[in-house]
Design a protein around this ligand. Sequence first.
Ligand code: SF4
Length: 664
Amino acid sequence: MLQPWTLLPSPPAVAGHAAGAAAVQRQHRRRLRGAIGDDTNFRRWRQGVFGFGAGGVHRLTAHRPAAILRRGGRSVEVKLARTAGFCMGVRLAMDKALALAAQGRGPVYTLGPLIHNPQAIGMLEAHGVRELKGAPDALPGADSGRPGTVVIRAHGVPEQVKDQLRARGLEVVDGTCPHVLAAQRHIARHAAEGYTIVIAGDKDHAEVEGLRSHAGGRCIVVSTVEEAQAAEVVEPACLVAQTTFNEETYELIAAALRRRLARLEVVQTICRATRDRQEETLRLAHDPEVEAMVVVGGLHSANTRRLAELSRAAGKPTFHVETAADLDPQALWGFRVVGLTAGASTPNWVTHAVLQALEDIHRPAPLAQALGWRALAALTRSNVFSAAAAVALTYAAAQLLGIRDPSPVFLLSAFCYVFAVTTLNRLALGDAPERLLPPRVAFYHRHARPLAAASALFALGSLSSLVLMGNWLATALMALGYALGVAYAVRLVPARLSRLVRFARLKDLPASKDLFVALGYLVVCVLVPWLSQGGRGRPALAIAAAFAFILTFLKANVVDMGDMEQDRLLGRETLPILLGSARTRRLLTALAVVLAIVLAAGAALGWTPSLAWLLLACPASLIVYLWHRHDFPTAPDVVAALAADGAMLLAGLLALGWRALALG
Ligand code: SF4
């Protein structure tokens, strides 16, 4: 048997000369092709080397000879499926469970796992939502003192189970997905009209059990065409599908039954979310550019496993992973384009962590570009980028206020404030174990002490600088800003009173985060410099204040729109969570237009310098991003931060340019 790694020289490892290394890599690849035949053979050879036969689904664990698998600094493109992530049904059920837990009215349970994803389950447990295992009549009941509430998961359950739960004194909150409810209604109606119900699905799946309970006595479950051909079906019959059933198989089953039955009604119950994910996975897997597929999601999740099966059937090497930790860099070496998709039960922060890990495995060449991207990603995922953006905003606001040469103390104070307060708030996020936290939050928890120490130093430094300037009013205002930042994150109501008061912290107030963020920026970037310079020019103050407040409110919400899933899991009720993504986008667009009008009015009325005209580019850039954000599927959190904080950086750059021109 051909053992290429024993016969061929290995590719060079990444070194300082990445471009050269990439060229040698290409040469090496050509030599390999020459040695082992055409591209098809090359693929076959690679499949042999990496341990997967054509189309096999593998969990990434294998380790291969390092000589041939050493990384070569090659570029990779990750094609991320737009449909990856929670579907509507899972999201609704999660929302219900988390909202009940936040109300603190008693124990909250789910009957079986609410979602087939260990990371999301872990996060639910951290919020006190526990899974009940066993038959309903063996569960704790009213006699246990605090029976609590049971959330029915998206798959639904047989009606008798709900009755049994209620009989035990448990409150039942139905988290059954609306699509599953619709399928149940179809079945109940046809069963009442005397139809035999044929369900295409997995006999042992909880959803199918629930569907059967609505079918009365005449119900048959089939999962293959052969079973459909062999089934004894009494006419008239009605065919429905488990909502996550494979669409092609369903059509084949329907065709097989139609050939045998004159009176057959076929109902389309496969949900759009499932179809969209399956279609997009197939599109990616059939994309000739895509060389391998990574499917993210619970290993026991039926819909995720189905995506992996489809990808395998399309002939692509497919890796089903639960988290980024399951990725094996060695196994993924050599693929230039990787398709990435995720099941309907996979939180998007888990998918983003896998995306990030894939990028880390395959660094874009040349090295300078790779380092540039990694530095950018690290900056945006830390507070440094936001803090630098605050400096830029302060400079732009100072120009609007007519402060031509703002003191460096104000600029540094803005940096220190944003760094310290954002760090504090991230550290106060989530009481869950670190492994369950989204990567950005986990980073802060991992480095909590040095980050907290740096924040305290920054806060002390900025306050002392203002004291040394002798401006007590500005110092008091800055101290108030810090106090607000601290008060926002810490518990104001003792834990023992939390049953009486729902909002124990300011951050528990729905949609409060973005308002507090905007208020903080307003104080630090506008009011402190304005007071320090004698508090002159009220009309200019109004325009500068509106500019800073609205721009930072927009920035905070742009970031929140990308963090909706993790915010839900962390129990944060941001504006996008309250309004939904589409309405938030419309609201933010309207606010950006208002900001543009305010700036234009300020400039036209002569209340502010002509810089205000240039600053129209800031709300415009955010509007463009809001309506095109899905065009940037790679590293969405980095792109969102670039767009959000980038609008503030843009303001600073425009102000610098305008000032330079004015001086010239
Ligand atoms: S996959 Fe479809 S049917 Fe199933 S929970 Fe999600 S939205 Fe509902």
